[in-house]
Design a protein around this ligand. Structure first.
Ligand code: SAM
Length: 287
């Protein structure tokens, strides 16, 4: 098992791509390189992209010597340009595996998880020009904080959370995970309920810091342009906000939707990897 990240639904992805030997596929979110490797081992050639330089470096080492694999430190919002620049004429399948990798979540310095109290609130995937979560928390006003938490965390207590954050930062600047967790302790809720609220707030901040919804929209549009007719678009989402965007996109663009309902991981996979529990996979075919 890969400690960097256990790739999710690899078998289902390979089956859905109907891989033809030596045709080109794009792994839009390389992470550990697990999906890239699975596609390449099934005979496909892969162009892999990731905005996180650590992910690309790790995947380059993992996949060193593997033929037909090109890895680029780049956003999937530039997918079509990446395909052209790599000299690829036709793309037969594109995979998006959204969200964070285990490596990102488990590296305290990245600030993605509420588990590491001393960590700084960074949360950028890789673009150092973007604002950190600390900057978002210190610059947004109460109404903006409410919008962020309600929209991207889908959290019912967004109003009280925004208020608590503004009150807390008047006393002490929120710079670390521990500062943020302490500000949120006043919201109430115990045990599981409290940790769900923390997850939602951290998710909301991460989405805003990385401008994830706009990136996703652009990435899907780029994928539509890059895919050849009959090519497959496969998207793995981890929360309902992403899933709605993907579902609507597939229905309203030049695709035939192949999954009326999203595919979930098998019981066996869920048993092996609890991080797969919220994943939904949607597949569409380019007209
Ligand atoms: C869930 S992980 C992917 C795991 C990967 N499929 C594997 O098998 O290991 C999501 C990855 O998407 C990357 N990512 C996030 N936004 C991106 C973007 N706009 N363009 C490219 N990669 C992005 C993250 O840096 C992260 O490495």
């Amino acid at each position: 098992m890969d400690k960097f990240h256990i790739s999710i639904m690899s078998e289902e992805i390979v089956a859905a791509l109907c891989i033809v030997k030596d045709r080109w596929y794009v792994d839009a979110t390389v992470g550990s390189g697990g999906h890239t490797e699975a596609i390449a081992r099934s005979g496909g050639r892969v162009l892999g992209l990731d905005v996180d330089p650590d992910a690309i470096e790790y995947a380059k080492k993992r996949l060193a010597g593997m033929e037909g694999v090109i890895l680029q430190h780049r956003s999937y919002a530039e997918l079509e340009r990446a395909v052209k620049e790599a000299g690829i004429e036709r793309v037969d399948g594109i995979v998006f595996d959204l969200g964070v990798s285990s490596f990102q979540l488990d590296t305290p310095a990245r600030g993605f998880s509420y588990r590491f109290e001393d960590a700084p609130l960074d949360m950028r995937f890789g673009d150092i020009k973007k604002k950190t979560a600390e900057e978002v928390l210190s610059q947004a006003n109460e109404e903006e904080l409410y919008e962020i938490i309600a929209t991207y965390g889908e959290e019912e207590r967004a109003r009280s959370i925004a208020h608590a954050l503004v009150r807390a930062r008047k006393i002490k600047k929120i710079v670390s995970v521990s500062d943020l967790n302490s500000a949120l302790i006043t919201i109430g809720g115990t045990g599981h309920d409290h940790f769900r609220m923390l997850s939602r707030v951290y998710q909301a901040l991460r989405i805003v810091v990385n401008d994830e919804m706009r990136q996703l929209q652009n990435g899907l549009l780029e994928a539509e342009k890059a895919l050849g007719s009959g090519g497959k678009l496969i998207v793995l989402t981890f929360h309902s906000i992403e899933d709605r965007v993907v579902k609507r996109f597939m229905l309203s663009h030049a695709f035939t939707v192949l999954t009326k309902k999203p595919i979930m991981p098998s019981k066996h996979e869920l048993y092996e990897n609890s991080r797969a529990r919220s994943v939904k996979m949607r597949i569409a075919e380019k007209l």
